[in-house]
Design a binder for this molecule. Structure first.
Ligand SMILES: Nc1ncnc2c1ncn2[C@@H]1O[C@H](COP(=O)(O)OP(=O)(O)OP(=O)(O)O)[C@@H](O)[C@H]1O
Length: 251
């Protein structure tokens, strides 16, 4: 079966930094994949190239077989994206943002109005109906970003740190939405630093280290008998000597 997302030889260099190094990754259809890695490992750069937001120096990205760079219209219709540092029209309310983006996506006005109302209510943004996006908190921005990613009912969701700065009640709602999305046949790839969250939500995991995939597979294949955190620290921590302490802090 064609993967929901296929990355082959994806490469990006910023000056002397090789951020992503000939990276290969498949996100199988119907899977919920967690992308984990240390700060600066290359997760955001990889996801940005995967969805057509950042042009790779080499390699390819396909979404359900559609090439992100040679067939961007077809590929982008299939994917909903929550990018890092999402730029939003700041002088609109959440409802106006969803209406604007829904109409740009070619959805009917009635459909947009219905879906926007449901998303705003579910994500508890309807109480701030007159608030402009510029006045939103960090967590509210994440939530409206997630709503924009879901609005056109994509087949694949690509979410960069969707739970960052989100309160526990909203996080529980988002988890329910994402689980429902996968149960309904959707596929998800999300990046996170929270191993417990990845273990709780995802059925597949990929560990990125220095721009390459250090391990990938089902959750059980990658972690074996250990916790994901132990596996992760062992895989990527070993290089710089693992966990160290500040001796001058001890009394
Ligand atoms: N626009 C840029 N210009 C220069 N260097 C960049 C740029 N974006 C990323 N990098 C570098 O590329 C590498 C990978 O960064 P990236 O943001 O993809 O990592 P990450 O795994 O998402 O990190 P984090 O977990 O901290 O968000 C880092 O060394 C970073 O400094």
């Amino acid at each position: 079966m064609t993967p929901a997302l296929r990355l082959r030889g994806l490469t990006k260099r910023f000056g002397d930094t090789l951020a992503v190094d000939a990276l290969d990754l498949d996100v199988p259809q119907g899977s919920f994949l967690g992308l984990v890695g240390q700060n600066g490992a290359g997760k955001t750069t990889t996801l940005s190239m995967a969805v057509g937001l950042l042009r790779p120096d080499g390699g390819s990205a396909t979404i359900f077989g559609e090439d992100v760079w040679s067939a961007p219209g077809r590929a982008k219709a299939l994917v909903g994206v929550l990018p890092d540092g999402l730029a939003l029209p700041e002088r609109l309310t959440g409802r106006e943002v969803l209406t604007y983006l829904g109409l740009l996506r070619g959805l009917d006005r009635d459909v947009v109005a219905r879906r926007a109302a449901e998303l705003l209510s579910l994500l508890e943004l309807d109480r701030a109906d007159r608030t402009l996006v510029i006045e939103y908190s960090t967590g509210m921005r994440k939530k409206i970003g997630l709503a924009t990613a879901l609005l056109h009912a994509p087949r694949l969701l690509v979410l960069d740190e969707p739970f960052e700065a989100v309160d526990p009640v909203s996080a529980a709602t988002i988890k329910t939405i994402l689980r429902g999305f996968v149960a309904g046949g959707g596929s998800i790839v999300l990046s996170s630093h929270v191993m417990a969250l990845v273990e709780q939500l995802c059925d597949h995991v990929a560990v990125i280290d220095e721009g390459r995939v250090a391990a990938a597979g089902t959750l059980d294949e990658v972690r074996g008998e250990r916790s994901l955190e132990d596996t992760f620290v062992e895989l990527v921590g070993g290089r710089d000597g693992g966990v160290r302490e500040l001796s001058w802090l001890s009394r």
